[in-house]
Design a protein. Structure first.
Length: 319
């Protein structure tokens, strides 16, 4: 079985021959929209970003430089990228080089509705508004969702997507950023519209969210996500696999914070974490192994992780 087919079988929980080591034979492409600039300056929504070269990611939203100062008048202050004015030449050229018989193409759409809302309003202003003015927030999110849907449609029209990495960080390490009932009233309905767009085009939804989001995991499954990443262990991953593993797949899970990035950790401990996570998540397919967060690690530890995934990940489905 080729790696492309095995990866697809893992996502669809259809008898893969091995646990994929990351998204094997998947090519990720981004749209031309600038959701987060690489250097200091503005994104395509008018949010100003500062640069700290030594920090992870480099850029961060500049304090006090969010474009919506008054939620009551968000329609006059919201800037939405003009999708028709974007230059898709580079995206088309990149995908034209991909052998679609050997590789899946995954689109990359970051800064989902919650993330974009706090970029537009500032984190404190957004969190207060979700509690005090949920109706206005849902209207604002509806406008952002309209843009996301148009972007995904154009993206798919241009290159024909197999999958979509759709990112929206809903959680801290202990809980959601907001009460689950608030998430369901504001975030879920408009995210469902975005999901419906992708499902209507047969695009597999790879939902990214950092943090502990167990409180709304049932919603994500019900809404139609095909896969969840990066599976940070602040969630009870074993329980999520037991309860939802017949309806959604998992990507990630190998503990970044307390194993891969822990001072003094040994390659043997990394190998043990890999085996533990594959045992926990790999039953019946539906698991793609990888770190629970993408930050730099010691190469010796990465080598141990990759070797153990490749070795143990092939043993687990034998016999």
């Amino acid at each position: 079985m080729k790696a492309r087919e095995n990866t697809l079988r893992a996502i669809l929980r259809d008898a893969p021959e091995w646990v994929p080591n990351g998204l094997e034979n998947v090519v990720m492409v981004s749209s031309p929209v600038v959701e987060r600039p690489r250097g200091e300056g503005g994104d395509d929504f008018g949010v100003h970003w500062s640069l700290e070269e030594e920090a992870e990611g480099g850029t961060y939203p500049t304090l006090g430089r969010h474009p919506i100062a008054d939620l009551e008048n968000w329609r006059e202050q919201l800037v939405v990228p003009d999708i028709d004015a974007l230059d898709w030449t580079g995206v088309r050229a990149a995908v034209a080089e991909v052998d679609r018989e050997e590789f899946l193409v995954r689109g990359f759409v970051e800064m989902g509705l919650f993330e974009r809302s706090y970029l537009l309003l500032g984190m404190e202003g957004a969190l207060i508004a979700y509690i005090e003015k949920p109706e206005l927030m849902e209207e604002l999110l509806g406008a952002v969702a309209d843009y996301k849907i148009a972007l995904i449609e154009r993206f798919d029209d241009e290159v024909g997507l197999d999958m979509m990495w759709y990112g929206d960080d809903w959680g801290t390490q202990t809980s959601l950023f907001m009460p689950p009932e608030t998430w369901r009233k504001t975030i879920r309905p408009q995210t469902q519209r975005i999901y419906d767009c992708m499902k209507g085009r047969d695009i597999l939804i790879d939902q990214h969210s950092c943090g502990r989001i167990e409180e709304v995991f049932d919603d994500i499954v019900e809404m139609g996500a095909a896969m969840f990443n990066p599976c940070q262990p602040c969630n009870d991953l074993a329980r999520l696999k037991r309860e939802y593993g017949d309806r959604i797949s998992f990507c990630g899970g190998i503990d970044s914070q307390f194993v891969l990035a822990r001072p003094g950790v040994t390659p043997a401990e990394v190998r043990g974490e890999v085996r533990r996570r594959i045992d926990e998540m790999g039953t019946g397919g539906g698991y793609i192994a990888g770190p629970s967060h993408g930050v730099p690690y010691d190469q010796v530890l990465i080598d141990a992780m990759n070797d153990e995934i490749d070795r143990y990940g092939r043993e687990v489905y034998r016999g």
